[in-house]
Design a protein around this ligand. Structure first.
Ligand code: ZN
Length: 142
């Protein structure tokens, strides 16, 4: 088990430009501001989405593309280090025009229509990801 005590050093709040890749842009913001440990949330809308579902039996992500306009009901994620670089791990809940929700593990190629984000930059020792044999995932190491 891992339980780190962290404190908020800075909070960033802003909007992403229209048409950018949601995951890549948030990762860039972390890199540009030297955020290595943190919390992310966002709301807004996307022009298209790509999300993953981790198949626990095959131990592979199954990615799915959703073409069309969707609301971002919720994006929740964290920032930690993988191969010494900030890595954003985020999950997204989207809604279609009927209000039906769906979502998954946020992947690149999800394109922003409009997006308002909040990123909390934590002080404390960074968490480092490494291969976890039990799950096949890059989880935080002790
Ligand atoms: Zn995930």
């Amino acid at each position: 088990m891992i339980a780190r005590k962290v404190a908020i050093r800075n909070t960033y709040m802003g909007k992403l430009p229209h048409g950018v890749d949601l995951l890549e842009r948030i990762t860039d913001i972390c890199r540009e501001n030297h955020i290595q440990l943190g919390r992310i949330e966002a709301i807004g809308a996307v022009k298209k989405a790509r999300v993953g579902f981790y198949n626990q039996k095959t131990r592979e992500y199954e990615f799915r593309n959703f073409d069309g306009d969707f609301e971002i009901l919720n994006l929740t994620g964290n920032v930690s280090l993988k191969d010494n670089q900030p890595m954003v791990h985020a999950h997204i809940t989207l809604a279609d025009r009927e209000g039906r929700a769906f979502g998954g593990h946020l992947a690149a190629k999800t394109i922003v229509f409009a997006c308002e984000y909040i990123i909390e930059d934590f002080s404390g020792n960074a968490l480092e990801r490494g291969f976890d044999a039990e799950t096949g995932l890059p989880l935080w190491k002790e």
